[in-house]
Design a binder for this molecule. Sequence first.
Ligand code: PBG
Length: 322
Amino acid sequence: MFKRHRKLRKNEMIRNLVKDIYLEKSDLIYPIFIEEGENIKSEIPSMPGIFRYSIDRLSEELDELVKLGINSILLFGIPKHKDECATQAYNENGVIQNAIKFIKKNYDNFLVICDVCCCEYTSHGHCGILDKDGYVKNDETIEVIGEIALSYAKAGADIVAPSDMMDGRIEKIKEVLEQNHFENIPIMAYSVKYSSAFYGPFRDAADSAPQFGDRKSYQMDFRRNKDITSEVYEDLKQGADIVIVKPALAYLDVLKKVSDSFEVPTIAYSVSGEYSMTKAAAQNGWIDEEKVVMEQMFAMKRAGASSIITYYAKEVAKNLKQ
Ligand code: PBG
């Protein structure tokens, strides 16, 4: 006799009973772009529905998140002034530092995660300090990355999330945080981060496209499979508490491998291009947006994501409410 798989799919009640993948609002992390200046709420052309806010209008976004029950936010800053060495990233009155203070002063329940990188703060748009040939210098850059992480911690960040992909950055951040009595701030490392065209719309959003060349000398090569565990292992050894795999949907195999191989919370970052592709198809009436988005969320959970960074967090929270 063959097995009748359809018995457990007969109706909604039995399907609900036997499901084994769960998604909760507490799994969602919502990215927010904060621009230095006043009275800014500007929609990102390639990401309909996603805005840049200045701090004086940030509450419009935060109040909505409170209503929807989304607690975790990932902050990206867009400074007024950029320079070769990303100095605005660790200015104690920088856009992110001020945003953190604003959030902590006015809200009780946000878990504030700060992306730690140079690319939004450098005039050349690369994630670090350049030598005369335009190559990103590793050991000089991690000094800056350490400064940035410390500066966010001082401002009140709950978690720091380095996304620069320099070697040794986790050890540097850990050392700096420990030395300055921030030993209880978790490090959420972008351990597996590919050089990806899926970040295209983000570079519009954060004004961070490299002015020349690409990020291939520091972000990972998607044609290579054999550096994944080594990247994660190294970050964990250096002191990472949580790891991120990014992008997500085209890299679910990688996510699965990481979550199966390491006992560490593993976060999927469903990046800007994934959002924009889904949004564009939805706006054309070609797909059912809500259903496609929820299916994507469950796919990431099934591959082992403990949480998901997604620009769709608000829509997902609305759906989970029903
Ligand atoms: C900063 C950073 C990037 C993203 C997150 N952090 C851009 C990049 O590496 O080019 C991309 C996020 C997205 O596409 O949604 N280094």
